[in-house]
Write a protein that binds this ligand. Structure first.
Ligand SMILES: *Cc1c(COP(=O)(O)O)cnc(C)c1O
Length: 226
């Protein structure tokens, strides 16, 4: 992990912000700065540039960085974006603002058990069906949503996906628009525990297309740090 020069950030942040503004067709698109590649000093610099939403994918890193940033931690929104194993759930679940990667029923159970309040969660969907990818299958999603009613500490505020690394624009648009339809389907169920108004999709390589296809949250890492 390295510390980067503030000017480079300012530039990259400005670039991303410009793209958000340019492509914005709705109210707002929220940027989560994915800081898994950088240290807490770098997070602090982004904070001073006005960024409040940060994404981490490892529980140990998250805890460590929170400790190093404890003087500003109350003002930061932490989003957990990675594959979460069962064991660390109890140590992190009450220290994050959203869980973006709720990807299997065993994790639903564990989160529900360890949380001390309803956790704002995103159901991760494996929209491309790649074997190595985590997430619920699109065709099982509505059943899963109904099943989650049994778990009072899970609040489904949206859906999240990651697209294949090598997808071309046509494929990306197909996956993103399928995600949008799914999100609307869940939202239309009008379930109190699953408002599902958010759609978290789009990373450094594809966030422009994701915004056009209806993302409300983009998760950008490498584009900020080069
Ligand atoms: C790393 C990561 C990102 C950011 O990826 P970049 O390509 O660096 O922008 C977004 N979402 C998840 C789940 C990630 O693991």
């Amino acid at each position: 992990m390295e510390t980067l020069n503030t000017n480079i950030f300012k530039n990259n942040l400005q670039k991303v912000q410009n793209i958000i503004n340019e492509y914005k067709i709705r109210d707002d698109v929220k940027l989560i700065a994915v800081t898994k590649y950088v240290d807490s000093k770098t997070i602090r610099e982004l904070f001073h540039l006005g960024v409040r939403d940060f994404g981490e994918n490892r529980s140990q890193d998250l805890l460590y960085k929170q400790e190093e940033l404890k003087d500003i931690n109350d003002e930061i929104n932490w989003h957990f974006i990675g594959r979460l194993q069962r064991r660390p759930v109890k140590t992190i679940i009450n220290k994050i603002d959203t869980l973006q990667s709720l990807d299997r029923m065993s994790l639903v159970e564990e989160v529900d058990k360890r949380a001390n309040h309803p956790i704002s969660s995103f159901l991760q969907v494996n929209i491309s069906g790649e074997l190595q990818k985590a997430g619920f299958k699109p065709e099982e999603l509505l059943d899963i949503v109904h099943e989650i009613e049994k778990y009072p500490n899970i609040k489904v505020i949206g859906l999240m996906t990651m697209t294949p690394y090598d997808a071309n624009e046509v494929e990306l648009r197909k996956y993103f628009s399928q995600m949008k339809l799914l999100q609307e389907q869940v939202q239309k169920l009008n379930l109190p525990y699953a408002p599902c108004h958010e759609l978290s999709m789009g990373m450094s390589n594809d966030f422009k297309i994701a915004i056009e296809e209806g993302a409300t949250i983009i998760r950008v890492g490498s584009a900020l740090f080069k």
